[in-house]
Design a protein around this ligand. Structure first.
Ligand code: NAI
Length: 462
């Protein structure tokens, strides 16, 4: 008799959510985690700590730039960097402790250590081999670097090192204008660092709706971040704790250098499957190192499933969570479904940027007839009161049926606002459905309604 119905390897958002769902469905469940604390990259060195630093530095920015205009006079707070890191660590502790509590509450065993799979139906942790009917691999991802760059997590850092620098650097070079580069670049820029972002492509945040991307770059530039686009980084050298970054401009192949106290390498992440023993098991992998799965998250080896960052799709905690629930429900005999057309993406800068569904560029490429409803936060009373009038909501809807195909928001609380559009899309709503829904005044969400109105007879406040 197997000891467990399911053993999940990895306790990030994909793994721990899956474990809870398994337990709720009556499956005897264990979770394997080698870190000291549960929660994976997201809770320990990713989403949560970066949001703590983004929040603290945003407060500082507000004090420095907007307090006086609201009649709040006096000296802006000074930065106690050690104190800020302590606050961040405290937030991590509360969150990882919360997951540990949830494991106990749901009677899920935590098998402490790094797991491997000697054969289907068995998971080895330390010297012990545990038997299980099903295995779910939720081992996540790790930062990927570039040739010619050695990460030391002191001077040349990934997001992990960037969350615990000894001090705020004077000059920070960020390689990659993606989500990590812009979130952490914002943190250090607000703390007074000179931040230079080098991006290979000709626009920041590749894949984002181009209109939003352009506006976003303008706003970040206004905040003090500098951008060099169309630049391929060749390498980084470190001497006496100072770094020199060499890059080539793609337009003319000219070579340039930049000095920095710290270099953040934020050029993407890759699946982390080291030490699991997948090769010996014959688990099929893609060329990009992702575990291949079918629509039910099953690998080609019976009884072994995989979810989250280590399989195909966007590397997002909430995508992993949805897959975690779905794989559990599938193992329990249900017929779950994850709607990959409605997975929101959020960048937690200020203002926030959020998107769901198709971009305008994608619709053009597909040759689809669409209409655009746009509304600026300048026309939103609440935003004006809060110095948050920069940005807009853009809804893309089918020209004939009015069905919402995508939405892009840059502005206050964009990461929260996007979800009413997600729900609408999940229900196959038309823009008119949103437009006819009463929205409380004065709220930022009125801007969403106005964008929906703009898909029809027109917005009211513009
Ligand atoms: P990313 O894929 O978002 O961005 C990487 C950037 O680096 C791209 O713009 C790319 O063109 C650029 N790049 C690649 N090679 C380069 C080179 N040689 N020189 C200059 N630029 C180069 O990756 P990122 O920001 O590292 O994030 C990794 C993953 O983590 C992403 O999948 C992201 O979605 C996820 N994440 C999500 C967050 C959120 O949802 N708020 C927060 C942080 C990470």
């Amino acid at each position: 008799m197997a000891q467990y119905d399911v053993i999940i390897i990895g306790s990030g958002p994909g793994g721990y959510v899956s474990a809870i769902r398994c337990a709720q469905l009556g499956l005897k469940t264990a979770i394997v985690e080698g870190r000291e604390t549960l929660g994976g990259t997201c809770l320990n060195v990713g989403c949560i700590p970066s949001k703590a630093l983004l929040h603290a530095t945003h407060m500082l920015h507000e004090a420095e730039h907007n307090f006086a205009a609201m009649g709040l006079k006096g000296k802006s707070p000074s930065v106690d960097w050690k104190g800020m890191l302590e606050y961040k660590d405290n937030v991590i502790g509360q969150n990882t402790g919360g997951v540990e509590f949830l494991m106990k509450k749901n009677k899920i065993d935590w098998l402490k250590g790094w797991g491997s799979i000697p054969e289907a139906g068995k998971v080895k942790v330390g010297d012990e081999v545990h038997e299980t009917k099903n295995i779910v691999i939720a081992s996540g991802s790790e930062a990927s670097s570039l040739p010619g760059i050695e990460i030391d997590e002191k001077v040349v850092v990934t997001s992990t090192g960037a969350l615990e620098l000894n001090s705020v650097p004077k000059k920070l070079v960020v390689i990659g204008a993606g989500v990590i580069g812009l979130e952490l670049g914002s943190v250090y820029s607000r703390l007074g660092a000179e931040v230079q972002v080098i991006e290979f492509l000709d626009a920041i945040t590749p894949g984002m709706d181009a209109e939003v991307s352009k506006q976003f770059q303008k706003m970040l530039t206004k905040q003090g971040l500098k951008f060099t686009l169309g630049a391929a980084v060749q390498g980084v050298t470190v001497k006496n704790k100072k770094a020199t970054v060499t890059y080539k401009l793609r337009k003319d192949d000219s070579e340039h250098t930049l000095d920095a106290d710290t270099v953040l390498v934020a050029t993407g992440r890759k699946p982390y499957t080291d030490g699991l023993g997948l090769e010996a098991l014959g688990v099929e992998m893609s060329e990009r190192g992702q575990i291949k799965t079918d629509a039910h998250y099953a690998t080609n080896v019976k009884g072994i499933y995989a979810i989250g960052d280590c399989i195909a799709g966007p590397m997002l905690a909430h995508k992993a969570e949805d897959e975690g629930m779905a794989v559990a429900e599938g193992i329990a005999g249900q017929k779950p479904h994850v709607n990959y057309d409605v997975i929101p993406g959020v960048i937690y800068t200020h203002p926030e940027v959020a998107n769901v569904g198709k971009t305008e560029e994608q619709l053009k490429e597909e040759g689809r007839a669409y209409k655009v409803g746009k509304f600026s936060f300048m026309g939103n009373g609440r935003a004006k009161a809060n110095f948050a009038g920069d940005g807009f909501v853009k809804i893309l809807a089918d020209k004939t049926t009015d069905r919402i195909l995508g939405a892009h928001i840059i502005g206050p609380m964009a990461g929260d606002l996007i979800h009413e559009i997600c729900v609408a899309m999940e229900f196959g709503a038309a823009a008119e459905d949103l437009a006819r829904t009463c929205h409380a005044h004065p709220t930022y969400s009125e801007a969403v309604r106005e964008a929906a109105l703009a898909c029809g007879d027109g917005p009211i406040h513009m």
